[in-house]
Design a binder for this molecule. Structure first.
Ligand code: UDP
Length: 473
Protein backbone atom coordinates (compact mmCIF):
# COMPACT_ATOMS: atom_id res chain seq x y z
CA UNK A 1 0.00 0.00 0.00
CA UNK A 2 1.64 3.27 -1.16
CA UNK A 3 1.41 6.10 1.35
CA UNK A 4 3.47 8.91 -0.13
CA UNK A 5 5.09 10.10 -3.33
CA UNK A 6 8.49 11.68 -3.78
CA UNK A 7 9.82 13.44 -6.86
CA UNK A 8 13.59 13.59 -7.36
CA UNK A 9 15.23 16.23 -9.55
CA UNK A 10 18.90 15.38 -10.13
CA UNK A 11 21.21 17.69 -12.07
CA UNK A 12 22.18 16.48 -15.52
CA UNK A 13 25.22 14.26 -15.79
CA UNK A 14 25.53 10.60 -15.11
CA UNK A 15 27.14 11.00 -11.67
CA UNK A 16 24.20 13.02 -10.33
CA UNK A 17 21.65 10.68 -11.86
CA UNK A 18 23.30 7.51 -10.56
CA UNK A 19 23.65 8.92 -7.06
CA UNK A 20 20.00 10.06 -6.96
CA UNK A 21 18.84 6.63 -8.14
CA UNK A 22 20.93 4.94 -5.45
CA UNK A 23 19.22 7.15 -2.88
CA UNK A 24 15.78 6.23 -4.26
CA UNK A 25 16.66 2.53 -4.20
CA UNK A 26 17.92 2.66 -0.62
CA UNK A 27 14.80 4.50 0.47
CA UNK A 28 12.55 1.89 -1.13
CA UNK A 29 14.60 -0.95 0.35
CA UNK A 30 13.94 0.49 3.77
CA UNK A 31 10.29 1.50 3.23
CA UNK A 32 8.40 0.43 0.16
CA UNK A 33 5.38 2.57 0.90
CA UNK A 34 6.90 5.33 -1.24
CA UNK A 35 6.14 5.93 -4.90
CA UNK A 36 9.22 7.57 -6.40
CA UNK A 37 9.54 9.48 -9.67
CA UNK A 38 12.89 10.69 -11.01
CA UNK A 39 12.78 13.58 -13.47
CA UNK A 40 15.55 12.92 -15.98
CA UNK A 41 17.28 15.70 -17.86
CA UNK A 42 18.63 13.96 -20.91
CA UNK A 43 20.25 16.96 -22.43
CA UNK A 44 23.41 17.84 -20.51
CA UNK A 45 24.54 21.47 -20.77
CA UNK A 46 27.90 20.26 -22.05
CA UNK A 47 29.11 17.30 -24.03
CA UNK A 48 26.81 14.89 -25.78
CA UNK A 49 23.33 14.27 -24.50
CA UNK A 50 23.17 11.65 -21.79
CA UNK A 51 23.16 8.42 -23.75
CA UNK A 52 19.55 8.08 -24.84
CA UNK A 53 19.69 4.34 -24.27
CA UNK A 54 19.92 5.25 -20.58
CA UNK A 55 16.19 5.70 -20.71
CA UNK A 56 15.76 1.99 -21.26
CA UNK A 57 18.70 1.14 -19.00
CA UNK A 58 17.10 3.22 -16.26
CA UNK A 59 13.93 1.19 -16.21
CA UNK A 60 15.90 -2.03 -15.93
CA UNK A 61 17.85 -0.77 -12.92
CA UNK A 62 14.87 -0.69 -10.65
CA UNK A 63 11.33 -1.20 -11.80
CA UNK A 64 10.04 0.30 -8.56
CA UNK A 65 11.09 3.77 -9.76
CA UNK A 66 9.25 5.80 -12.37
CA UNK A 67 11.31 7.95 -14.78
CA UNK A 68 10.03 10.98 -16.66
CA UNK A 69 12.27 12.58 -19.25
CA UNK A 70 11.90 16.35 -19.37
CA UNK A 71 11.71 18.12 -22.74
CA UNK A 72 14.87 19.91 -23.82
CA UNK A 73 15.39 23.59 -23.00
CA UNK A 74 17.57 26.15 -24.73
CA UNK A 75 20.93 26.39 -22.90
CA UNK A 76 21.57 29.73 -21.16
CA UNK A 77 23.23 32.51 -23.08
CA UNK A 78 26.32 32.50 -20.83
CA UNK A 79 29.97 31.60 -21.45
CA UNK A 80 30.40 28.24 -19.65
CA UNK A 81 34.16 28.81 -19.28
CA UNK A 82 33.67 31.89 -17.09
CA UNK A 83 31.91 29.81 -14.45
CA UNK A 84 30.76 26.29 -15.30
CA UNK A 85 28.83 26.10 -12.02
CA UNK A 86 26.90 29.30 -12.70
CA UNK A 87 26.16 28.02 -16.18
CA UNK A 88 24.80 24.69 -14.96
CA UNK A 89 22.75 26.37 -12.22
CA UNK A 90 21.18 28.75 -14.78
CA UNK A 91 20.55 25.80 -17.06
CA UNK A 92 18.69 24.03 -14.27
CA UNK A 93 16.71 27.15 -13.42
CA UNK A 94 15.41 27.20 -17.00
CA UNK A 95 13.77 23.83 -16.25
CA UNK A 96 11.51 25.18 -13.50
CA UNK A 97 8.30 25.38 -15.61
CA UNK A 98 8.97 21.88 -16.98
CA UNK A 99 9.47 20.44 -13.51
CA UNK A 100 6.26 22.09 -12.32
CA UNK A 101 4.37 20.74 -15.31
CA UNK A 102 5.73 17.22 -14.80
CA UNK A 103 4.84 17.19 -11.10
CA UNK A 104 1.32 18.55 -11.68
CA UNK A 105 0.39 16.66 -14.85
CA UNK A 106 2.36 13.43 -14.59
CA UNK A 107 2.67 12.82 -10.86
CA UNK A 108 -0.11 14.58 -8.90
CA UNK A 109 -2.85 14.06 -11.45
CA UNK A 110 -2.02 10.37 -11.97
CA UNK A 111 -2.39 9.26 -8.37
CA UNK A 112 -4.23 10.29 -5.24
CA UNK A 113 -1.21 9.35 -3.13
CA UNK A 114 0.10 12.66 -1.70
CA UNK A 115 3.42 14.09 -2.88
CA UNK A 116 5.37 14.64 0.35
CA UNK A 117 8.61 15.96 -1.05
CA UNK A 118 10.52 17.37 -3.97
CA UNK A 119 14.12 16.21 -3.57
CA UNK A 120 16.57 18.48 -5.41
CA UNK A 121 20.31 18.19 -5.79
CA UNK A 122 23.21 20.64 -5.73
CA UNK A 123 22.54 22.70 -8.85
CA UNK A 124 18.75 22.49 -8.55
CA UNK A 125 18.14 24.60 -5.44
CA UNK A 126 15.96 26.95 -7.52
CA UNK A 127 13.42 24.09 -7.72
CA UNK A 128 12.59 24.89 -4.09
CA UNK A 129 10.42 27.64 -5.69
CA UNK A 130 8.45 24.97 -7.53
CA UNK A 131 7.92 23.02 -4.31
CA UNK A 132 6.76 26.21 -2.58
CA UNK A 133 4.32 27.04 -5.39
CA UNK A 134 2.84 23.56 -5.16
CA UNK A 135 2.78 23.46 -1.36
CA UNK A 136 5.21 20.51 -1.22
CA UNK A 137 8.13 20.16 1.20
CA UNK A 138 11.57 20.38 -0.35
CA UNK A 139 14.59 18.29 0.60
CA UNK A 140 18.14 18.64 -0.70
CA UNK A 141 20.03 15.55 -1.76
CA UNK A 142 23.72 16.43 -1.39
CA UNK A 143 25.97 13.95 -3.18
CA UNK A 144 29.21 15.28 -1.69
CA UNK A 145 30.70 15.46 1.79
CA UNK A 146 29.08 16.81 4.94
CA UNK A 147 32.13 19.07 5.37
CA UNK A 148 31.60 20.65 1.94
CA UNK A 149 27.91 21.05 2.76
CA UNK A 150 28.96 22.87 5.93
CA UNK A 151 31.15 25.19 3.88
CA UNK A 152 28.27 26.00 1.51
CA UNK A 153 25.90 26.66 4.39
CA UNK A 154 28.49 28.99 5.90
CA UNK A 155 28.76 31.14 2.74
CA UNK A 156 25.72 33.38 3.37
CA UNK A 157 27.11 34.23 6.84
CA UNK A 158 30.51 34.99 5.34
CA UNK A 159 28.88 37.09 2.63
CA UNK A 160 27.34 39.35 5.27
CA UNK A 161 30.77 39.79 6.89
CA UNK A 162 33.09 39.99 3.88
CA UNK A 163 30.89 40.58 0.84
CA UNK A 164 33.23 39.23 -1.85
CA UNK A 165 34.59 35.96 -3.15
CA UNK A 166 37.65 34.26 -1.60
CA UNK A 167 41.15 35.10 -2.81
CA UNK A 168 44.16 32.76 -3.03
CA UNK A 169 45.98 35.14 -0.67
CA UNK A 170 43.31 34.97 2.06
CA UNK A 171 44.42 33.65 5.45
CA UNK A 172 43.48 30.09 6.34
CA UNK A 173 39.76 29.79 6.82
CA UNK A 174 38.44 28.69 10.18
CA UNK A 175 35.09 27.05 9.64
CA UNK A 176 33.44 24.66 12.07
CA UNK A 177 32.85 21.82 9.58
CA UNK A 178 36.62 21.24 9.14
CA UNK A 179 38.84 20.19 12.03
CA UNK A 180 41.84 22.18 10.74
CA UNK A 181 42.09 25.72 9.32
CA UNK A 182 41.54 25.48 5.56
CA UNK A 183 44.18 27.10 3.29
CA UNK A 184 42.67 29.23 0.49
CA UNK A 185 44.68 27.23 -2.06
CA UNK A 186 42.46 24.17 -1.46
CA UNK A 187 39.14 26.00 -1.70
CA UNK A 188 36.93 24.96 -4.62
CA UNK A 189 37.71 27.16 -7.65
CA UNK A 190 34.09 28.27 -7.76
CA UNK A 191 34.57 30.10 -4.44
CA UNK A 192 37.48 32.07 -5.91
CA UNK A 193 35.52 32.88 -9.07
CA UNK A 194 34.56 36.51 -9.69
CA UNK A 195 32.47 35.76 -12.78
CA UNK A 196 29.31 34.56 -11.10
CA UNK A 197 30.65 31.37 -9.52
CA UNK A 198 31.00 32.58 -5.94
CA UNK A 199 27.68 34.43 -6.01
CA UNK A 200 25.99 31.38 -7.44
CA UNK A 201 27.28 29.09 -4.66
CA UNK A 202 26.58 31.64 -1.95
CA UNK A 203 23.01 31.68 -3.24
CA UNK A 204 22.84 27.87 -3.24
CA UNK A 205 24.00 27.88 0.40
CA UNK A 206 21.24 30.37 1.22
CA UNK A 207 18.56 28.36 -0.59
CA UNK A 208 19.64 25.09 1.06
CA UNK A 209 18.70 26.61 4.41
CA UNK A 210 15.08 26.78 3.24
CA UNK A 211 14.83 23.02 2.79
CA UNK A 212 12.95 20.83 5.27
CA UNK A 213 15.93 18.52 5.44
CA UNK A 214 19.28 17.85 3.79
CA UNK A 215 20.26 14.31 2.88
CA UNK A 216 24.02 13.73 2.57
CA UNK A 217 25.83 10.84 0.93
CA UNK A 218 28.17 10.32 3.84
CA UNK A 219 28.26 8.56 7.20
CA UNK A 220 28.83 9.86 10.66
CA UNK A 221 31.79 7.53 11.36
CA UNK A 222 33.68 9.18 8.49
CA UNK A 223 32.67 12.78 9.11
CA UNK A 224 31.86 13.00 12.81
CA UNK A 225 33.45 16.46 13.05
CA UNK A 226 31.41 17.94 10.21
CA UNK A 227 28.21 16.25 11.35
CA UNK A 228 28.56 17.59 14.88
CA UNK A 229 29.06 21.10 13.44
CA UNK A 230 25.41 21.01 12.32
CA UNK A 231 24.11 20.32 15.80
CA UNK A 232 24.32 23.94 16.93
CA UNK A 233 21.08 24.77 15.07
CA UNK A 234 20.48 27.27 12.30
CA UNK A 235 20.48 24.62 9.59
CA UNK A 236 17.75 22.22 8.52
CA UNK A 237 18.13 18.68 9.90
CA UNK A 238 21.00 16.88 8.13
CA UNK A 239 20.59 13.15 7.45
CA UNK A 240 23.80 11.23 6.67
CA UNK A 241 22.48 8.14 4.91
CA UNK A 242 25.57 6.97 3.01
CA UNK A 243 27.60 5.59 1.59
CA UNK A 244 25.15 5.23 -1.30
CA UNK A 245 27.12 3.29 -3.86
CA UNK A 246 26.29 1.30 -6.90
CA UNK A 247 27.90 -1.74 -5.29
CA UNK A 248 26.86 -4.27 -7.89
CA UNK A 249 27.62 -2.07 -10.88
CA UNK A 250 25.24 -1.54 -13.76
CA UNK A 251 25.33 -0.29 -17.29
CA UNK A 252 24.78 3.35 -16.49
CA UNK A 253 28.24 4.68 -15.81
CA UNK A 254 30.60 4.99 -18.71
CA UNK A 255 30.69 3.83 -22.24
CA UNK A 256 29.69 0.32 -23.10
CA UNK A 257 32.91 -1.42 -23.85
CA UNK A 258 34.20 -4.94 -24.06
CA UNK A 259 37.45 -3.39 -22.80
CA UNK A 260 36.07 -3.87 -19.30
CA UNK A 261 36.36 -7.63 -19.61
CA UNK A 262 40.01 -7.24 -20.69
CA UNK A 263 40.74 -5.04 -17.70
CA UNK A 264 39.32 -7.58 -15.27
CA UNK A 265 41.16 -10.43 -17.00
CA UNK A 266 44.42 -8.51 -16.77
CA UNK A 267 43.83 -7.89 -13.06
CA UNK A 268 43.12 -11.60 -12.53
CA UNK A 269 46.65 -12.30 -13.79
CA UNK A 270 48.34 -9.91 -11.33
CA UNK A 271 49.62 -10.90 -7.87
CA UNK A 272 47.48 -10.00 -4.88
CA UNK A 273 47.88 -6.39 -3.67
CA UNK A 274 50.41 -5.44 -6.32
CA UNK A 275 48.67 -2.90 -8.58
CA UNK A 276 48.16 0.86 -8.26
CA UNK A 277 45.03 2.10 -10.06
CA UNK A 278 44.95 5.61 -11.51
CA UNK A 279 41.58 7.10 -12.44
CA UNK A 280 40.33 10.68 -12.48
CA UNK A 281 36.54 10.64 -12.70
CA UNK A 282 34.19 11.58 -15.47
CA UNK A 283 35.79 14.95 -16.28
CA UNK A 284 39.46 14.52 -15.34
CA UNK A 285 42.06 14.62 -18.08
CA UNK A 286 45.60 15.93 -18.44
CA UNK A 287 47.50 17.82 -21.10
CA UNK A 288 50.20 15.89 -22.89
CA UNK A 289 53.15 17.12 -20.81
CA UNK A 290 51.45 15.88 -17.64
CA UNK A 291 50.57 12.51 -19.17
CA UNK A 292 54.25 12.05 -19.95
CA UNK A 293 55.28 12.87 -16.37
CA UNK A 294 52.79 10.31 -15.05
CA UNK A 295 54.16 7.68 -17.42
CA UNK A 296 57.73 8.39 -16.29
CA UNK A 297 56.67 8.44 -12.64
CA UNK A 298 54.99 5.06 -12.94
CA UNK A 299 58.05 3.52 -14.58
CA UNK A 300 60.24 5.05 -11.89
CA UNK A 301 58.03 3.69 -9.08
CA UNK A 302 58.58 0.13 -10.29
CA UNK A 303 55.02 -0.84 -9.33
CA UNK A 304 52.39 -2.52 -11.44
CA UNK A 305 49.68 -0.14 -12.62
CA UNK A 306 46.28 0.13 -14.23
CA UNK A 307 45.89 3.65 -15.64
CA UNK A 308 42.76 5.22 -17.09
CA UNK A 309 43.88 7.88 -19.59
CA UNK A 310 41.18 10.07 -21.13
CA UNK A 311 41.42 12.35 -24.13
CA UNK A 312 40.72 16.08 -23.54
CA UNK A 313 38.02 17.66 -25.72
CA UNK A 314 39.31 19.96 -28.48
CA UNK A 315 40.57 23.34 -27.23
CA UNK A 316 37.69 25.76 -26.58
CA UNK A 317 35.03 23.03 -26.41
CA UNK A 318 33.05 22.73 -23.21
CA UNK A 319 32.76 18.96 -23.24
CA UNK A 320 33.63 15.75 -21.44
CA UNK A 321 36.80 13.79 -22.20
CA UNK A 322 36.60 10.81 -24.51
CA UNK A 323 38.61 7.59 -24.95
CA UNK A 324 41.78 7.53 -27.10
CA UNK A 325 41.69 5.24 -30.09
CA UNK A 326 45.49 4.99 -29.89
CA UNK A 327 47.32 5.70 -26.61
CA UNK A 328 50.63 6.13 -28.44
CA UNK A 329 49.30 9.54 -29.51
CA UNK A 330 49.98 10.82 -26.03
CA UNK A 331 52.32 8.42 -24.18
CA UNK A 332 56.14 8.66 -24.31
CA UNK A 333 57.83 6.68 -27.08
CA UNK A 334 58.21 3.01 -26.21
CA UNK A 335 56.29 3.30 -22.91
CA UNK A 336 53.66 0.70 -23.77
CA UNK A 337 56.31 -1.76 -24.94
CA UNK A 338 58.56 -1.23 -21.91
CA UNK A 339 55.70 -1.66 -19.43
CA UNK A 340 53.72 -4.38 -21.18
CA UNK A 341 54.44 -6.93 -18.44
CA UNK A 342 53.63 -4.69 -15.50
CA UNK A 343 51.02 -2.22 -16.64
CA UNK A 344 47.79 -1.67 -18.49
CA UNK A 345 46.53 1.61 -19.96
CA UNK A 346 42.79 1.88 -20.51
CA UNK A 347 39.98 4.35 -21.17
CA UNK A 348 36.89 4.49 -18.96
CA UNK A 349 37.34 1.75 -16.35
CA UNK A 350 34.74 -0.17 -14.32
CA UNK A 351 36.06 1.59 -11.21
CA UNK A 352 33.91 -0.03 -8.55
CA UNK A 353 34.79 -3.52 -9.80
CA UNK A 354 38.46 -2.60 -10.15
CA UNK A 355 38.63 -1.30 -6.57
CA UNK A 356 37.01 -4.54 -5.39
CA UNK A 357 39.69 -6.66 -7.06
CA UNK A 358 42.24 -8.35 -4.81
CA UNK A 359 45.15 -7.23 -7.02
CA UNK A 360 44.57 -3.53 -6.21
CA UNK A 361 46.58 -2.00 -3.37
CA UNK A 362 46.52 1.77 -4.01
CA UNK A 363 44.42 4.32 -5.90
CA UNK A 364 45.67 7.59 -7.38
CA UNK A 365 42.40 9.51 -7.49
CA UNK A 366 41.04 12.94 -8.29
CA UNK A 367 39.14 12.72 -4.98
CA UNK A 368 35.63 13.04 -6.41
CA UNK A 369 33.32 12.24 -3.52
CA UNK A 370 31.97 9.05 -5.10
CA UNK A 371 35.50 7.83 -5.71
CA UNK A 372 36.43 8.49 -2.10
CA UNK A 373 33.41 6.57 -0.82
CA UNK A 374 34.10 3.71 -3.22
CA UNK A 375 37.77 3.41 -2.26
CA UNK A 376 36.95 3.50 1.44
CA UNK A 377 34.26 0.85 0.96
CA UNK A 378 36.89 -1.44 -0.53
CA UNK A 379 39.63 -0.39 1.91
CA UNK A 380 41.99 0.92 -0.79
CA UNK A 381 44.04 3.97 0.30
CA UNK A 382 43.91 7.01 -1.99
CA UNK A 383 46.86 9.04 -3.24
CA UNK A 384 45.39 12.52 -3.72
CA UNK A 385 45.40 14.25 -7.08
CA UNK A 386 42.44 16.66 -7.07
CA UNK A 387 41.48 18.32 -10.34
CA UNK A 388 38.36 20.49 -10.14
CA UNK A 389 35.02 21.13 -8.36
CA UNK A 390 35.37 20.52 -4.58
CA UNK A 391 38.11 17.88 -5.00
CA UNK A 392 40.95 19.97 -3.51
CA UNK A 393 39.04 20.42 -0.27
CA UNK A 394 38.06 16.72 -0.28
CA UNK A 395 41.75 15.83 -0.60
CA UNK A 396 42.60 18.23 2.22
CA UNK A 397 39.96 16.65 4.46
CA UNK A 398 41.19 13.12 3.70
CA UNK A 399 44.86 13.96 4.32
CA UNK A 400 44.84 16.67 7.00
CA UNK A 401 41.59 16.25 8.91
CA UNK A 402 41.21 12.48 8.75
CA UNK A 403 44.67 11.05 7.99
CA UNK A 404 43.20 8.44 5.65
CA UNK A 405 44.94 9.31 2.37
CA UNK A 406 48.49 9.76 1.09
CA UNK A 407 49.22 13.27 -0.18
CA UNK A 408 50.50 13.71 -3.72
CA UNK A 409 49.03 17.16 -4.27
CA UNK A 410 46.20 19.03 -2.57
CA UNK A 411 46.02 22.07 -4.80
CA UNK A 412 46.43 20.91 -8.41
CA UNK A 413 43.82 22.51 -10.67
CA UNK A 414 42.89 21.07 -14.03
CA UNK A 415 42.85 24.28 -16.04
CA UNK A 416 46.08 25.75 -14.72
CA UNK A 417 49.67 25.37 -15.84
CA UNK A 418 50.91 23.40 -12.86
CA UNK A 419 52.77 20.19 -13.55
CA UNK A 420 53.32 17.37 -11.06
CA UNK A 421 56.75 15.94 -11.85
CA UNK A 422 57.60 12.28 -12.33
CA UNK A 423 59.75 12.16 -9.18
CA UNK A 424 56.90 13.24 -6.96
CA UNK A 425 54.51 10.84 -8.64
CA UNK A 426 56.93 7.95 -8.17
CA UNK A 427 57.52 8.84 -4.51
CA UNK A 428 53.80 9.11 -3.70
CA UNK A 429 52.97 5.85 -5.48
CA UNK A 430 55.79 4.07 -3.64
CA UNK A 431 54.60 5.52 -0.36
CA UNK A 432 51.06 4.19 -0.86
CA UNK A 433 52.19 0.82 -2.19
CA UNK A 434 54.98 0.16 0.29
CA UNK A 435 53.50 1.65 3.45
CA UNK A 436 51.47 -0.74 5.55
CA UNK A 437 51.07 1.50 8.55
CA UNK A 438 48.69 4.02 9.95
CA UNK A 439 46.89 5.20 6.80
CA UNK A 440 46.15 1.68 5.60
CA UNK A 441 44.91 0.62 9.06
CA UNK A 442 42.62 3.62 9.30
CA UNK A 443 41.27 2.98 5.80
CA UNK A 444 40.58 -0.63 6.74
CA UNK A 445 38.69 0.48 9.84
CA UNK A 446 36.73 3.01 7.75
CA UNK A 447 35.84 0.30 5.26
CA UNK A 448 34.32 -1.79 8.03
CA UNK A 449 32.55 1.27 9.44
CA UNK A 450 31.02 2.13 6.05
CA UNK A 451 29.58 -1.36 5.65
CA UNK A 452 28.16 -1.34 9.18
CA UNK A 453 26.67 2.14 8.76
CA UNK A 454 24.22 1.03 6.08
CA UNK A 455 23.25 -2.25 7.72
CA UNK A 456 20.18 -2.56 9.93
CA UNK A 457 21.11 -0.95 13.25
CA UNK A 458 23.86 1.16 11.61
CA UNK A 459 24.08 4.96 11.81
CA UNK A 460 23.04 5.63 8.20
CA UNK A 461 20.21 3.10 8.39
CA UNK A 462 18.92 4.94 11.47
CA UNK A 463 19.32 8.36 9.81
CA UNK A 464 17.33 7.17 6.81
CA UNK A 465 14.65 5.91 9.20
CA UNK A 466 14.48 9.40 10.76
CA UNK A 467 14.19 10.97 7.32
CA UNK A 468 11.38 8.59 6.35
CA UNK A 469 9.54 9.40 9.56
CA UNK A 470 9.89 13.10 8.82
CA UNK A 471 8.66 12.67 5.25
CA UNK A 472 5.65 10.63 6.33
CA UNK A 473 4.73 12.83 9.29
N1 UDP B 1 33.99 6.12 -12.88
C1 UDP B 1 34.16 4.89 -13.47
N2 UDP B 1 35.15 4.75 -14.40
C2 UDP B 1 35.98 5.76 -14.77
C3 UDP B 1 35.80 7.01 -14.16
C4 UDP B 1 34.79 7.16 -13.20
O1 UDP B 1 33.44 3.94 -13.17
O2 UDP B 1 36.86 5.54 -15.61
C5 UDP B 1 32.89 6.27 -11.90
C6 UDP B 1 33.41 6.18 -10.47
O3 UDP B 1 33.39 4.84 -10.02
C7 UDP B 1 32.43 7.07 -9.74
C8 UDP B 1 32.03 8.11 -10.77
O4 UDP B 1 32.33 7.55 -12.03
O5 UDP B 1 31.29 6.35 -9.36
C9 UDP B 1 32.85 9.39 -10.61
O6 UDP B 1 32.28 10.12 -9.57
P1 UDP B 1 33.17 11.07 -8.67
O7 UDP B 1 32.25 11.73 -7.71
O8 UDP B 1 34.29 10.32 -8.06
O9 UDP B 1 33.83 12.09 -9.67
P2 UDP B 1 33.26 13.02 -10.86
O10 UDP B 1 33.14 12.18 -12.07
O11 UDP B 1 31.94 13.56 -10.39
O12 UDP B 1 34.33 14.05 -11.01
Amino acid sequence: MKKAQLVLVPSPGIGHLVSAIEFAKRLLDQDDSFLITVLVIIRAPFGPDTDTSNQSVLTTIDTRIQYITLPKVTPPDLDPFRSPENYVTSFMEAHKPLVKDAVVNHVMSKSSVPVVGLVVDLFCASMIDVANELGISSYVYFASSAAFLGLLLYLPTRQEQVGIEFKETDPDLIVSCFANPVPARVLPSVLLNKDGGYTCFENLGRRFREAKGIVVNSYVELESHAVSSFLGGGTPPVYTVGPLLNVNGHGLTGSKSDGHGKIMEWLDDQPEKSVVFLCFGSIGRFREAQVKEIALGLEQSGHRFLWSVRKPPPEGHFALPSDYSNFEEVLPDGFLERTKNVGMVCGWAPQMQVLAHKAIKGFVSHCGWNSILESLWHGVPIVTWPMHAEQQINAFQMVEDLGIAVEMTLDYRMRSDNLVLADKIARSVKCAMEEDGEVRNKVKAMSEASRKAVMEGGSSFAALGDLIKDMLS
